[in-house]
Design a protein around this ligand. Sequence first.
Ligand SMILES: FC(F)(F)Cc1cc2c(N3CCN(c4nnc(C(F)(F)F)s4)CC3)ncnc2s1
Length: 492
Amino acid sequence: MAGFRDREKKHFPLTSTSSVVALFRDQLEGPNEPNLAFLSITLGCVENALTLNRAAPAAEDSALLQPIFPVVDLNMIETLYRKFETLVKGSVDLTKYPCKYSNRDLVKKISDVIWASLSRSFKDKAHLQSLYSLLTGNKLDCFGVAFGVVAAAQMLGCNDIHLALSEDHAWVVFGEDGTDTAEVTWHGKGNEDKRGQSIALSVAEKSWLYLNGHPVICDRAMEVAALVSAANPSINVTMDSIEMGALQQELLWLLYDKDHLSRYPMALGNLGDLEEISPTPGRPPPMAIFNEAISSAVKHYDKHHVYPYTYMGGYLYRKRRYKEAIKCWAEAANVIRKFNYTREDEEIYKEFLEIANELIPNIVKSVSVQTLDRSQMNILYNPEVYADILRFFDGICEWEEGSSTPVLHVGWAQNLTFSLNKFDPRTRAKIDVGRDEDDSDSDDEDDDDEKSENDENDNENNSRFKDESDSKVESECKFVKTQDVSDPLQAV
Ligand SMILES: FC(F)(F)Cc1cc2c(N3CCN(c4nnc(C(F)(F)F)s4)CC3)ncnc2s1
């Protein structure tokens, strides 16, 4: 077995965050590709020590005096690496796959090797994303299986097999021009896995889960960014490991500085969240990072990603910058309206449900009671905020239109009317419910044909609506038509 070369050995034993960062830097700058299996095992080992098997500091030295960074020895990592190498090279006979580029059978075979080594226990716990978890506990989450397939492929020299990521699923691309796709893991609960199948069939459904053909396609360095981003500093529901969070943050800045996050909006979002928790002196503030995530999604993924807007919206909500938060959520709904809701889109459904039925009602409640903060009070007198709430609901209505599964139920209507009723009636008369100017963009229409006649209808409605904009506000939101609820706006 080829042991580790000096490039790997010289960093051990790992005794601090900076020694792990130096090891990752070396792998990213090295003459060879970064070794995904090596990095995943190493980071997983550190995460395990800092979150699951915490060295309990002796009574007298409190955590403050005695940082608990584990000592990671080379032989532990090398033993686990060799175990993975034996598993992968022992199970895949490459002579059966002679061609230069990988084919579907080979991808399925590699997926089967990872799949067969998993125990049957449930897999939605934390810390199941790394090869350390696979090799010490035979457990991986759905991301971990996809990542493990790509790490195994690299070990076999299949350098055309790469990780493809949506906002809630992962698969692989392969072949001569890297456009063949294959499922290699499962998704969600109670869904049969589709391993071996191509993604084309699922993309045709226009579901958010496959981002309608706009997933993040990783190169080796972005696969390192994915394993760093997937690291989980949480010790339990209420506590995070400060050391693990700091390590993840430093590794993300290392990848950021090497321009490996510029096409990875979720990793930028993760970095923004970490900077909110513990700002790094001299680094951009969270809002700048969230803006970069939005710009990346607009530039590289044709405005089909939702999370960049909900990362920023969540941050603004926590900072009580409610007007801007609602603007972000309207933008998020402006993305989701391009998709058709299918039953495997639950994660984003829950995201919008929380915004509509908890966060926005909390905002209108908190600014309508005797708020001391006069700046917040004028939200209920601000036509732009009111229009953004309507745009938010309109996007969700359009998401539902043409979908196989309904999105809305009467609870949504109750929360909508609750929120809208808090606004001053004169404010409501001032609005012009338009969509952002790029709505008529050809790329939008190209992308979703059946949505285009809606856009025309919208434009028609909007133009009709604009002509009457000074008259009584008609309900522009499809929401009411779909729900057949008596027009909530009449009720005020
Ligand atoms: F591979 C899967 F199947 F797991 C899909 C992926 C998820 C994900 C991620 N996440 C998911 C989204 N995520 C969010 N955290 N907060 C979010 C927001 F709602 F505030 F926007 S979204 C945490 C990190 N961060 C980096 N990369 C990936 S790839």
